[in-house]
Design a protein around this ligand. Structure first.
Ligand code: GLU
Length: 306
């Protein structure tokens, strides 16, 4: 008897630090088509765990823009600010397993530490064996197990990272009392039954950390695919930080068509400028992850910055 393939569960998880820009649309389209073209579910979660970086109203704005572009999500829209008890529970599990410890180090004390691939300070392990006398814990860190984390990225290929050596014990509960993205994303994806993560390559350096956390929490590791990010004429990633312009106000069909081009999907020219309702059926019928450029960066057909 043949096994029935299990339909995937994918998701898009934008941070509400500003309006949706073209680079995020490309990640949304890639994750959507990967799940939906295989008959799977696609979930939407607003990652507002980093409250100080969340812009009031931006989450709602992103949701409206996605709906206007023709995205349809399954199940309830999830907001991370409603999920804090789950993060606390995961931290308690790790604490019971002796996989977290309090850390008294300040940012200033770590300023000279070597850098990890994503620019974050590599933690030298100062508080791993106990807090210095008279000092209180400010943050809580994950005690990373030694060894290399390996995974096959469906777009970028074989990956390997020695998290203990390259990143060190990373923060799960920050000194400002907020849960770290790394913990929240792992807990949320597991709770929602996500089986595939398709997102921008800027998050590739986080993946080994997330796999290490999944192992410590005994939760399954989804499949990963990291899409190239869209860069401007200067090679700068379109991002809210680089003040990439919002796609709101631009023609929906043009935005969707251009996003497909960035993903190597080569939509037929007659769909350029067509309404999104005409473009989606083509995109779903022709989706090919193999066609996505195996590069770190792609250019859009027109300017989407500023
Ligand atoms: N919230 C993250 C971002 O907007 C994405 C997280 C993820 O896809 O894992 O960059």
């Amino acid at each position: 008897m043949q096994d029935t393939p299990v339909p995937p569960v994918g998701r898009f998880a934008p941070s509400p630090s500003g309006p949706l820009h073209f680079g995020s649309v490309v990640a949304a389209v890639g994750s959507y088509l990967s799940a939906r073209a295989a008959g799977g579910r696609w979930l939407l979660r607003i990652e507002d765990v980093d409250a100080p970086r969340s812009v009031p109203g931006a989450g709602e704005g992103i949701v409206r823009t996605l709906a206007r572009l023709g995205f349809e999500w399954d199940g309830p829209l999830v907001w991370q600010h409603e999920r804090l008890p789950d993060y606390a529970e995961a931290l308690a599990v790790l604490r019971a397993r002796n996989r977290v410890y309090g850390c008294a180090c300040t940012r200033k004390m770590l300023a000279g530490a070597p850098r990890a691939a994503d620019g974050s300070a590599r933690y030298p392990g100062t508080c791993r064996t106990g807090l210095p006398a008279g000092q209180a814990a400010r943050a809580w860190r994950f005690a990373v197990a030694p060894g290399v984390v390996r995974f096959v990225d469906r777009v970028q290929g074989e990956m390997a990272e020695d998290v203990a050596a390259d990143v060190g014990d990373f923060v799960l509960l920050r000194a400002d009392g907020l849960y770290a993205y790394q913990l929240a994303v792992v807990v949320d994806d597991a709770a929602a039954g996500v089986t595939e993560v398709v997102r921008g390559i800027d998050l590739l350096p986080s993946t080994a950390r997330q796999i290490a956390l999944q192992a410590a929490l005994d939760i399954p590791t989804p499949r990963y695919a990291h899409l190239p990010v869209v860069v401007d004429a200067y090679g700068q990633k379109l991002s809210k930080q680089s003040l990439a312009r919002a796609v709101d106000g631009l023609p929906d069909g043009q935005v969707l068509f251009d996003a497909l081009c960035c993903l190597g999907q080569a939509p037929p020219a007659e769909l350029a400028g067509a309404p999104v309702a005409h473009i989606w059926p083509w995109a779903l019928a022709h989706w090919s992850l193999e066609a996505v450029p195996r590069t770190a960066a792609v250019h859009a057909r027109r300017d989407y910055d500023r």
